[in-house]
Design a protein. Structure first.
Lengths: 335, 406
């Protein structure tokens, strides 16, 4: 990407080194980890996809909806007295704690999404503002929330709190699968299936699809557009809250004011990869991106390469297949 | 949902109706005509300005430019950022931000494309200047002043590279891709060994010349010569951009901003001109980056936080997208406020983030509203239209007066 790379071709060792043996060695653990992160991306990506489907807007502030969920989890954990090292709890207590953190996280995220829609986007819709205005407001709102958190909590990441020590469950291809990976992937897939059923079967879901397809006609047919929009934002918020819980489980030290930023871009890349506006596409895109990112990271030898790889994927998808892998939009998916 | 509110012809007999429609539909930021109605804050000034004869405008401009050059020498009280921040250096930063805002204004204000990763081009410019002059890098060394055109060329190339996949698509993709790019450049600078991460490049070159005391004229801490250099470049760029704006290219940009589909239908090669706008904006960003790199004399990965991009967007939007003067003022303000009011410096991102939302919700044309589209037709056309419009506006008033007197 950097033109200087072209200039420096002779000294390429200084630039990028590919570590194939390491990838071969860690292939399966990278795969399982990639799927775990992929399901987190997918949950966040759903929020982008739903809002994009309904409003045709990239909700830049969705990453802040997500990070508010992370703070919700963190506060719950610190309220429950967790520390950096995992306490010895039996399985029942762990489940209760997880549920509690889950509820707080989705409440925090959904509330943020709700307020965001009401305070930032609704006034614009009333004025029928053009798209550029929506986008600038979205990025402005994102920064406002981010720096409100910054002023409140400061620049240092919160102390890492661990809920439980991941225990080996079983092994596949000689690689151990841990309990946290299993919980995250299963829970994320269940939530995604429920969302998909909700969108395709329920009355509100039908409304969401109708508004995505044609807001004016939907309104004429008796769909309450405003209520559908706010519902969409809240659903996105709930999913982001769930993603926040899993994220904090996986990366306890990731709770920081700008922690959602890169994750938001990755989730958006996942949504575009699967086909933006497509609920199943978000799942597929998220998992794929998680895998690609993890392989890339091991191949290139630095964890920050995941971000670069995710970005490259976004650009490549836009270049060759901008409609994404699955392609269909929310409005046109089957009734 | 289309970006626009229909084609905008020169005001004709139907202009009032069009104005009303526009009010109802809303206009993109930087679009022209509704601005006059909403932009009362400076509207009267800009009308009076347009009414002045050309010579007086020039005279006034020369005075303003002279004052701008003298700014760091005069160091006026109240305005000065001292104590706390060196005023000539503050001026230099303001000029850099103004330059950045003028460049970004091409992308956002004229072509209506949202570029959220402008800092990346700034970074590429800085790194180009640093790697070609700093003793820490392995590249061939060239004199600093030569790095400025090289940096512009390199950033334009990067801009085209980034624009090609995204500019064919709807504008929102560009926004997120540029946002990602802004962060990726910083990450690449961190993780690629040859970019030296936080260690960075020391002793970036500067223009030649040694003062009487043996200290280089363009020393890092000596803000005034740097400020003069940047200001001169800014003025040159303003002339170029002003001419571009009134040319076929500028008209195409404005047509694209107002309604891309309509522009395409009317035969404007929209993709080509979007890439143009993006590349131009990138080039000016790279130029500003090279100047900044030279002045600071040290380039590492810490200076190019993507959040700064949002400050740049705020600068353009604050001044009124599509308005060169507005962009300069916006850019200077965004640089100036944190330096002058050091108490709020910590909150600058919050302040400008909030300002972005509020301006977009309540005053989407910025503080200085643009009358872009009419500029494209030349000032005379503007004056003629304005006269006929005023006459029309005056008409109902007199009618009403007559009715009242009956």
């Amino acid at each position: 990407m950097l033109p200087t790379i072209l200039l420096a071709a002779p000294v390429s060792n200084d630039w990028i080194t590919l570590d194939f043996p390491s990838l071969a060695q860690n292939f399966w653990s990278a795969t399982f980890d990639g799927l775990t992160f992929g399901s987190i991306y997918a949950l966040v990506a759903l929020g982008y996809t739903l809002v994009y489907g309904v409003l045709n807007l990239i909700n830049f502030a969705h990453s802040e909806v997500f990070i508010m969920g992370c703070y919700g989890v963190w506060f719950t954990l610190s309220f429950l007295g967790f520390g950096p090292s995992a306490p010895n709890l039996d399985i029942g207590q762990i489940i209760v704690n997880l549920l509690l953190a889950f509820i707080v996280a989705i409440a925090a995220s959904a509330l943020t999404a709700f307020l965001l829609e009401r305070l930032a986007y609704k006034p614009l819709r009333k004025r029928n503002a053009p798209r550029l205005v929506f986008l600038i407001t979205a990025i402005g709102a994102s920064f406002t929330i981010q720096y409100l958190i910054f002023i409140w909590r400061g620049p240092v990441p919160e102390q890492a709190l661990t809920m439980f020590k991941p225990t080996p469950i079983f092994d596949v291809f000689g690689t151990i699968i841990y309990s946290d990976q299993l919980i995250i992937v299963c829970a994320a897939v269940i939530m995604m299936v429920v969302t998909d059923l909700f969108i395709s079967k329920s009355r509100t879901g039908r409304g969401i699809r109708a508004v995505a397809q044609d807001p004016d006609t939907a309104t004429l047919m008796g769909v309450n557009k405003e209520r559908i929009i706010i519902t969409t934002f809240v659903i996105g918020g709930i999913l982001a809250g769930a993603a926040a819980l899993f994220y904090v489980m996986k990366i306890p030290s990731g709770v920081v004011y700008n922690g959602g930023f890169i994750l938001g871009i990755k989730a958006f890349a996942a949504a575009v990869l699967g086909g933006i506006g497509n609920v199943r596409g978000a799942l597929l895109g998220g998992l794929l991106l998680g895998l690609i990112g993890n392989y890339g990271q091991i191949l290139l030898g630095n964890s920050q390469w995941t971000d670069v790889v995710a970005f490259m994927v976004l650009v490549l998808v836009l270049l060759f297949r901008p409609e994404g892998i699955l392609g269909t939009s929310l409005g046109r998916s089957k009734a | 949902m289309s970006m626009s509110d229909g084609p905008k012809p020169l005001h004709t007999a139907k202009s009032e109706q069009i104005d009303e429609d526009r009010e109802a539909v809303g206009t993109p930021p930087g679009s022209s005509s509704a601005a006059r109605r909403k932009g009362k804050l400076f509207g009267a000034w800009s009308d009076r300005w347009a009414a002045l004869p050309r010579q007086k405008q020039w005279l006034f401009l020369i005075v303003v430019v002279a004052l701008a050059y003298l700014l760091p020498v005069i160091n006026p009280p109240f305005i000065s950022t001292e104590p706390g921040n060196d005023f000539p250096l503050a001026c230099q930063l303001m000029a850099i931000y103004a330059l950045v805002a003028v460049g970004l204004n091409i992308v956002i204000g004229y072509a209506g494309l949202l570029d959220l990763g402008y800092i990346a081009f700034f970074a590429v410019g800085s790194y180009t200047a640093a790697m070609l002059t700093s003793p820490d890098s392995a590249f061939i060394k060239i004199p600093y002043l030569w790095t400025i055109p090289v940096a512009m060329a390199v950033t334009m190339f990067v801009g085209v590279l980034l624009g090609l996949p995204t500019l064919r698509l709807r504008g929102d993709y560009l926004a997120i891709v540029t946002l990602g790019f802004g962060e990726i450049v910083r990450i690449l600078a961190t993780i690629i060994p040859a970019m030296k991460g936080q260690v960075g490049f020391q002793n970036v070159g500067h223009p030649p010349g040694v003062g009487a005391d043996g200290i280089p004229i363009f020393a890092n801490s000596n803000g005034t010569p740097w400020y003069w250099l940047t200001l001169t470049i800014l003025i040159v760029i303003l002339f170029l951009v002003g001419n571009l704006e009134r040319s076929r290219v500028g008209r195409s940009w404005i047509a694209i901003r107002e309604d891309e589909d309509a522009a395409e239908t009317m035969g404007v090669p929209t993709f080509k001109y979007k890439v143009w706008a993006f590349a131009m904006g990138a080039g000016i960003g790279g130029l500003a980056g090279a100047l900044m790199g030279g002045q600071v004399g040290f380039v590492n990965n810490q200076k190019f936080d993507v959040v700064t991009s949002i400050l740049f967007v705020a600068a353009v939007v604050l001044g009124g997208a599509g308005n060169k003067v507005g962009a300069i003022i916006g850019g200077a303000l965004v640089a100036y406020i944190p330096l002058r009011f050091t108490a709020v410096a910590e909150y600058k991102f919050l302040i400008f983030g909030l300002a972005l939302c509020l301006i977009m919700i309540y005053r989407s044309h910025g503080l200085l509203a643009a009358r872009q589209q009419l500029l494209a037709y030349g000032q005379k056309a503007y004056a003629a239209v304005k006269k006929s419009n005023d006459a029309k506006n005056a008409q109902p008033a007199t009618n009403l007066g007559e009715e009242l007197s009956k």
